[in-house]
Design a protein around this ligand. Structure first.
Ligand SMILES: [Zn+2]
Length: 304
């Protein structure tokens, strides 16, 4: 029998669970796993929309003004979100996941930028601030080992914010990390056969997946911010394509396929579509695992 005290307690516990917003669907999925049984996070960037160069809508602004906690990758992925986060309620917290301890971080064009100019970084800690992410590839979720780090960062933040449910967040995090560990093992064995294959991707967003699973570096039609490729870049890529004769050219549902179609002409390459944001998947706790498994299937089917 429910006593009055237990009813009051459960209502109160529910009312206290924080309003949580996540920026993009893969991050939203990780947050949803941590919040299982406590509440559901809101998704800021709708699944069908590319986060690169998105503009905030009124309804999204409203979700932010009601947020207690916002998890976002960082301005390297969604520069348009940074200003909006200034308008969060005073006691709300925005957690920039690129700052999470223990992430394996990759930069764009490391080879070209890394030299013997280490002096520049000497006072790094003194100058460190939230915006020190120049050149960083923000597609961190495409490495499930990074997803494990993000799970801990999310669970720790929520446990501090919502002490009543701290145990639940931590138990959920352990379960989520076990699933991710299995996902890592499965993906490593699935990608063994495609390690030396050559391929083209639409935008430069797959470094984390390639690095974790030992795939060759893709040639990208568009850069990591998915800026529309100019004529010069397209000419260079066309040349690369004819030299490499890649097995596959991967388009993405979030971007127009015309540059891919035009590159395909006159090659033996096959076209397949990658979905690095989980646009074809129902948002929620299962999206993340499905995203990685779909990505793996698309790569292996086309490149084998
Ligand atoms: Zn991207």
């Amino acid at each position: 029998m429910l006593t009055l005290a237990s009813i009051v307690f459960s209502v109160k516990a529910h009312a206290q669970s924080p309003n949580v917003v996540a920026d993009v669907a893969p991050i939203h999925s990780l947050v949803a796993q941590v919040m299982k049984g406590v509440g559901k996070p809101a998704l800021l960037v709708p699944a069908k929309v590319s986060p690169h160069g998105h503009a905030l809508k009124v309804s999204q602004m409203r979700a932010l003004t009601q947020a207690d906690v916002v998890f976002w990758v960082g301005e390297a992925l969604t520069p348009w979100l940074e200003k909006a986060l200034d308008r969060l309620p005073e006691d709300a917290e925005a957690v920039e996941l690129l700052d999470a301890d223990g992430l394996n971080l990759l930069t764009y064009d490391t080879d070209e930028e890394e030299g013997d100019d280490h002096d520049e970084h000497e006072d790094h800690d003194d100058h460190h601030h939230d915006h020190d992410h120049a050149g960083l590839d923000p597609h961190i979720w495409l490495d499930p080992a990074n997803a494990k780090v993000l799970i801990d960062a999310i669970a720790n933040t929520l446990a501090q914010r919502d002490a009543a449910n701290a145990e639940r967040y931590k138990t959920n995090a352990e379960t989520a990390k076990e699933t991710l560990e299995k996902l890592l093992t499965d993906t490593h064995s699935a990608t063994k056969a495609i390690k030396d294959k050559r391929y083209i991707v639409y935008h430069d967003g797959y470094r984390y997946f390639e690095a974790q699973f030992g795939l060759g570096r893709a040639v990208a039609i568009a850069d990591g911010h998915a800026a529309k490729p100019g004529a010069k870049r397209l000419i260079a890529i066309r040349k690369t394509v004819s030299e490499l004769s890649p097995r596959c050219i991967f388009s993405e549902s979030q971007f127009e396929t015309r540059p891919v179609q035009s590159l395909l002409r006159g090659t033996d390459a096959t076209e397949a579509q990658l979905d690095p944001m989980g646009q074809s998947i129902e948002p929620g706790p299962h999206l993340y695992e499905t995203l990685i498994r779909n990505l793996t299937n698309t790569f292996t089917r086309c490149l084998k």
